[in-house]
Design a protein around this ligand. Structure first.
Ligand code: 4NP
Length: 160
């Protein structure tokens, strides 16, 4: 069997959006029986929360949909991720710009916006919920759940 497809989700702090994406996509992949074919991780462009678990509000919102993300610990993006992953999917355009700067210097996997898997969708960013209320975390989950199903379709083409 070929090596697993590597998927890395990237946001700013790695405590709200990208850990949610990691947890949701992990559940989607497990549901499809593909857990050993897809390697999933997440990280942040910033280092403020390195080593911390996801934000309590993100944990609660994910738990409300049956997904446990409490075991995750934040880490910062590193340049070697550009070689280690086949998909590097950022939550917003600032994350994309930050990673693209590094990609321009050293190459590897070209980063993309996660929501580009939903070309018909009115927005191409997963909004940062950190400074908002609890509702923002449900919006994040809605977007991530929809995009995860589309990503699965795309990755299946790579696996076959
Ligand atoms: P995330 O949210 O990028 O979705 O993890 C944030 C978490 C922390 C901060 C900003 C956004 N912060 O400024 O500490």
């Amino acid at each position: 069997m070929s090596r697993p497809v590597g998927v890395l989700f990237v946001c700013l702090g790695n405590i709200c959006r990208s850990p949610t994406a990691e947890g949701v996509f992990r559940a989607v992949v497990a549901r499809e029986g593909l857990a050993d074919r897809v390697r999933i991780d997440s990280c942040g462009t910033g280092d403020w929360h390195v080593g911390n678990p996801p934000d309590e509000r993100a944990r609660q919102a994910a738990a409300g949909r049956g997904i446990d993300i409490g075991h995750q610990r934040a880490r910062q993006f590193r340049a070697s991720d550009l070689e280690a992953f086949d998909y590097i999917l950022t939550m917003d355009r600032q994350n994309l710009a930050d990673i693209r700067d590094i990609w321009h210097q050293q190459g590897g996997t070209e980063p993309q916006l996660f929501l580009d898997v939903l070309p018909e969708h009115p927005t191409d960013e997963v909004p940062d919920p950190y400074y908002g209320g609890d509702a923002g975390f449900d919006t994040v989950l809605d977007l991530i759940e929809e995009a995860s199903e589309a990503l699965l379709v795309d990755i299946r083409k790579n696996l076959s």
